[in-house]
Design a protein around this ligand. Sequence first.
Ligand code: AMP
Ligand code: MG
Length: 351
Amino acid sequence: MPFSERVLLPNLRKVTPVKRMYPPWTTITEASQIIREGGIVAIPTETVYGLAANALNALAVAKIFAAKERPTFDPLIVHIASASNLPEAAESIPENAWILAEKFMPGPLTLVLPKRKKIPDLVTSSLPTVGIRVPDHPIAREIIREAGVPLAAPSANLFQRVSPTTALHVAEQLGERIDGIVDGGQSRIGLESTIIAFPEGKNPLLLRPGAITLEMLRETIGDIDVNMSSSEPGKALPAPGMVDKHYQPATPLYYGAVPETATLPPKTLHLAFGKISEDERFTKTLNLSADGNLLEATANLYSFIRKLDRLGGDLIVVDPVPENGIGMAVNDRLKRASLKYFPEPNATERR
Ligand code: AMP
Ligand code: MG
């Protein structure tokens, strides 16, 4: 039975794993063929690695949700080879969407547009809209062209976990559950795409910040509203269940000012940003960018979180990152990865 079909079985966690001797490394041509035949393959993009299937084949798309253990209310982004193919997936395209497409595609920008009927409801979680992106990575675009179909592809990680920025990250989490992995080196940007929607009769709406920044978007099309639901660390939630859990390592992570009276647990790890001085309270420090360069910090973010996570500490503490430019997107991800309160002594428990 192909690996990706095993994951469609009920009670995935109970299926006896068949150990592979090595991850399913795949060439561009093999990957395209697997996708045409209804399989799922992890592919490199400039944002993060994606787990790709033929977006027009609902059964293939179901394998993505199963492999990731992702709930089907969380829609997938459809990847196409060129902005000129937008009308094949989108029923209509507002003027502002075309302007952004011309300026930022290929690139880390997803446009949410009314969907064509041929895009299965499973891809869009039954929404009447579909998120569409043109990746700026030669391998991703070559696979789309060779497969000859649009690709539905979320990040190639387990649901709510840290997104992969190398092929090895994918292999560690999903190597046993998918049909192939194409290694295209480290993702250049390292953070998921910016997502923008175009509600009728209203301003365009930023749904997720990314490397195409709010400033860049506003400069291009004017007013944009912002809709981000992440709760602030250290602040009470407006209602239970509103925590936006996402991008989480197994080690509890705290992003926010550490209270002065707080006792740090014995093995506290430190993710720093900018100039820092030696601090013996931390077992290990990794610096996202000693020069305070936000693009460097973004590219390092997920792989450094993974590196610290592997050390099996009690807590990861993250320095504040400025909110300007791509910093808004980094802040968004870190807030979602963070505990909402600084933990009480002895209260840290791996997730
Ligand atoms: P991922 O590829 O794992 O980063 O997840 C894709 C994300 O894109 C989803 O979690 C949604 O937030 C967003 N998305 C995709 N399609 C739509 C849509 N039609 N409307 C709104 N958001 C969408
Ligand atoms: Mg994701």
